[in-house]
Design a binder for this molecule. Sequence first.
Ligand code: ATP
Ligand code: MG
Ligand code: MG
Length: 550
Amino acid sequence: NPTNTSNFIRNIIVDDLKEGRVDSIVTRFPPEPNGYLHIGHAKSICLNFELAREFKGRAHLRFDDTNPLKEDTEYVESIKEDVKWLGFEWDGLYFASDYFEEMYKRAVLLINKGKAYVDDLSADEIRQTRGTLTEPGQNSPHRDRPVEENLDLFERMRGGEFQNGEKVLRAKIDMSSPNINLRDPVIYRIAHATHHNTGDKWCIYPMYAFAHPIEDAIEGITHSICTLEFEDQRPLYDWFIEQCEMESIPHQYEFARLNLTNTVMSKRKLKLLVDEGAVDGWDDPRMPTISGLRRRGYTPESIRTFCREIGVTKGSGVIDSKYLDHFLREDLKLKAPRTMGILKPLKVVITNYPEGQVEWLDAEINPENLEMGVRQVPFSREIYIEQDDFMENPPNKYFRLFPGNEVRLKHAYFIKCHDFVKDENGNVVEIHCTYDPETKSGSGFTGRKVKGTIHWVEASHALPAEFRLYEPLILDEENDEDDSSSFLDRINANSLVKEHGFVEPNMKDVKGQDKFQFFRHGYFNVDPKGSSEDHIVFNLIVSLKSSFEL
Ligand code: ATP
Ligand code: MG
Ligand code: MG
């Protein structure tokens, strides 16, 4: 239900402040720097940062960098850029890896309390002996190792004496708990790998379930907001907070992750698209990454409004991606200058217009926002129109150009077709028309009406431009729960089509990320990467019309 703007987490915070359970709130956005952020992360970012802002609390940006194998500073930098671009400033920048020493001490505390032990079982053996929903797990033969031996082994794990996988540290909780997460979860593993922040200082790394609550407590997080798949881990989260004797006590709250139609939404899958060369990098305009959406031309305002309007609930579902486009159009409507661009050019010669003459016509920059003023567009004997705006043998209700028919040229004159030229293959390559000087736009002419209005660009002043038209990258509506790579078979072969056409001469000085509404086509963004002084590339952000009903 896209109009559901309920936010149960906000209600909890209101209550906690009112009842004095907290004096002020501290939230965090905790990405793992193992990929670029996507629109799903935007939902979490907006939620955490907007709550902190509303209640005058703090929001931390914390890199949850506890897995050296997948993490990289390239991702750290892109994540910072994306959060800023979305419009947020963090009240503190933190790295989980800065807490490794503290986490180690807390693990030693668990060992001393008889709440953790070093296990020699392999990852497979641990999985096999953890039981199922109906079967309890089996104790490891090492479960009752004496504290002294555990302390010694754990220290030697840290010292690098063992190979990857040879030993782990496990919490000692309850192998027959109905919640499998509590059946002695692994809290440290050995990984001889260089970490992007700590280098080769460590060869043992804490697991997420142990590390995350400790990180939250160290930073004094009050409301630790995560997605629903962590709901079953909450008892474990609370267990670590209590048993590790953390002073500050954070609470975990879960909400449904965002899923969008025709969109894969997991860093693992997005990385696969990049690695397979299916797209041109993480910021390919077809990607649902923040950097892809930015390059495509989405605005931070539209993403924030979207995230607010979809609401925060416990019910998971798939949101129609057209809903995001709706907010984008709403945002760009008043901001984006209107202009005319021809994607598939067809030359028109206006045979009764004086040769060599050029006149400059006034055109509103934005009829919905008149303050944006007026631009001048040249008009002369030769112009380009869209190939689709002429038909030799039109069907019924075709109101554009055909032999004998008259149309209005936006901002200019009525023109009437009296002839056309074909090449040797039978393709129409040139149209001949006459214009009627009486019908000049703005002259108040009412003598007769025409049914079609088309756009055009004057030929001698036209600037060449490339238009990149996009369709969804993934064909079917995908259920993102499916963890396979089968989505690679459903890549849309038409997801990118390039057209080479013309734009108005006043586009000469556009900069990357400038946004326009091309009359009858849609909203376009100047591609910040593909464009240069003599080659402007426009990315289609979104078409004008939508089938989406609110
Ligand atoms: P992915 O599966 O895409 O890699 P993740 O959850 O592993 O996502 P993290 O870097 O751990 O990625 O995510 C940081 C935060 O963003 C987490 O709090 C996570 O819950 C949240 N998040 C990730 N994906 C979504 C989503 N689709 N909707 C809402 N929040 C999300
Ligand atoms: Mg994660
Ligand atoms: Mg992930």
